[in-house]
Ligand binder design. Structure first.
Ligand SMILES: CC(=O)N[C@H]1[C@@H](OP(=O)(O)OP(=O)(O)OC[C@H]2O[C@@H](n3ccc(=O)[nH]c3=O)[C@H](O)[C@@H]2O)O[C@H](CO)[C@@H](O)[C@@H]1O
Ligand SMILES: C=C(OP(=O)(O)O)C(=O)O
Length: 428
């Protein structure tokens, strides 16, 4: 087990290249199950969620090759092997195995998903969608059993706008008989990316990226090549970091339109942000003003950037209010930021940040992926040394974090935990 050590308080400068999107990758990889010949996905991020999904595809008999971030999956030898626990629980997106295996084999047994602990994360809308398509679903001892004699297209209204449910229903519906209409669908860019892959595989999908998606089922899907979109959350994290400690950071391989809400908020704070075709330049060497943010479904401010943004707000003059309407309890990073001298209180779904305050290095623990990103940013802002544990969360979503930050001039490194620290971790 390892920890991150950060020597904070130094400005960052230079170019950072963004990797492929985690939240696309974790859906694109299961989607390959639906094809009957090899699919290649180019530009995957080097993160543990991808490595685990590769293992899961191999467990069900797939032949998978991963080299230089490109994955080729030959799904022709796959079978509907039950995947009740173990690796399935290490990530949230294992729920996509349900839709993909239901679409291809009309049956699946998948353990309940893991992922970041952000309060309750039900999957009732996924289940509602699969049932509408004709599947029978039971939950037995922590695993979901799905079976259908035949999948039939249906009109499905999502009671909650859900990224996961929208993609999962799409995965099953591409192989259903007839037309499926998903109403009140989520509109995140990752949904368009998955629809693009499925379309290249021969699926018929219209409206991905709007709140009504129409899918006409087909009898079979074939192999193809697909290039993943850049990770808007990773890009947003580096933009926030550039605003916090940057003296000119160029974020390369980004789709600026995916980050309009963040760009607007950074400018409102007084940060200089310039966007080009596939690059964003951020200069944080100005005085920062307090702003309020409210997380919303896309194109609103993403909940996945709420925690990193909170670290930035400790540097802003005045009182800022951060409200998370998607995950009302996504505030486990706050206690850790307080250990670093932040002046923040949590009231209901909101965190109130009073600044500016000089953060101080401390020993802190990442409770989830974006809490980890928030603590790394705080560590770069802080005076002195910060130690961050809980790296298994950060490794789920940030490709080569240490290498990329060192490339910008940061002093950050990984170090093995001492025996005493390992014991402490086991007891918490
Ligand atoms: C792998 C992946 O892509 N993860 C992202 C995905 O998670 P995930 O797909 O799990 O998030 P959803 O969009 O489904 O969740 C949005 C909201 O709907 C609720 N809900 C969701 C499904 C359901 O069946 N019932 C229900 O009540 C959730 O509790 C949450 O409050 O979108 C989230 C919201 O942008 C992001 O934070 C995650 O990074
Ligand atoms: C919450 C996140 O991921 P997951 O849904 O995979 O847990 C995230 O990426 O911030």
């Amino acid at each position: 087990m390892e920890k991150l050590k950060i020597a904070g308080g130094y400005p960052l400068k230079g170019t950072v290249r963004i990797s492929g999107a985690k939240n696309s990758a974790v859906a694109l990889i299961p989607a390959t199950i639906l094809a009957e010949s090899p699919v290649t996905i180019e530009g995957l991020p080097d993160i543990s969620d991808v490595a685990i999904l590769k293992d899961l595809l191999e467990e069900i008999g797939g032949k998978v090759q991963l080299s230089d971030n490109d994955m080729t999956v030959d799904p022709s030898t796959m079978i509907s092997m039950p995947l009740p626990n173990g690796k399935v629980k290490k990530l949230r997106a294992s729920y996509y195995l349900m839709g993909a295996m239901l679409g291809r084999f009309k049956k699946a047994v998948i353990g309940l998903p893991g992922g970041c602990h952000l309060g309750p994360r039900p999957i009732d809308q996924h289940i509602k969608g699969f049932e509408a398509l004709g599947a029978q679903i039971t939950n037995e001892q922590g695993a979901i059993y799905l079976r259908a004699d035949e999948l039939r297209g249906a009109r499905i209204y999502l009671d909650v706008v859900s990224v996961g449910a929208t993609i999962n229903i799409m995965l099953a519906a591409v192989r259903a008989k007839g037309r499926t209409v998903i109403e009140n669908a989520a509109k995140e860019p990752e949904i368009i990316d998955v629809a693009t892959l499925l379309t290249s595989m021969g699926a018929k999908i219209k409206g991905a990226g709007t709140d009504v998606i129409r899918i006409d089922g087909v009898d079979s899907l074939h192999g193809c090549r697909h290039t993943i979109i850049p990770d808007r959350i990773e890009a947003g994290t580096y933009m926030i970091l550039g605003a916090a400690v940057g003296e000119g950071v160029l974020i390369d391989n980004v789709i600026p339109q995916h980050l309009e809400s963040l760009i607007a908020k950074l400018r409102e704070m007084g940060v200089r942000v310039e966007s080009g075709d596939d690059q964003v330049f951020v200069d944080g060497s100005t005085k920062l003003k307090a702003v309020d943010i409210k997380t919303l479904v896309y194109p609103g401010f993403p909940t996945d950037l709420q925690q990193p943004f909170t670290s930035l707000l400790t540097k802003a003059a005045g009182s800022s209010v951060v409200t998370d309407t998607i995950y009302g309890a996504r505030f486990k990073h706050i206690d850790e930021l307080r250990r670093m001298n932040a002046n923040i209180k949590v009231e209901g779904r909101s965190a109130i940040i009073n600044g500016p305050i000089q953060l101080q290095g401390a020993k802190v623990k990442a409770s989830d992926l974006r809490a980890g990103a928030a603590l790394v940013i705080a560590g770069l802002i802080a005076e002195g040394i910060t130690e961050v544990t809980g790296l298994e969360h950060i490794d789920r979503g940030y490709s080569d974090l240490v290498g990329k930050l060192n490339g910008l001039g940061a002093t950050i490194w990984r170090e093995a935990l001492t025996q005493e620290e390992v014991e402490q971790m086991k007891n918490t």
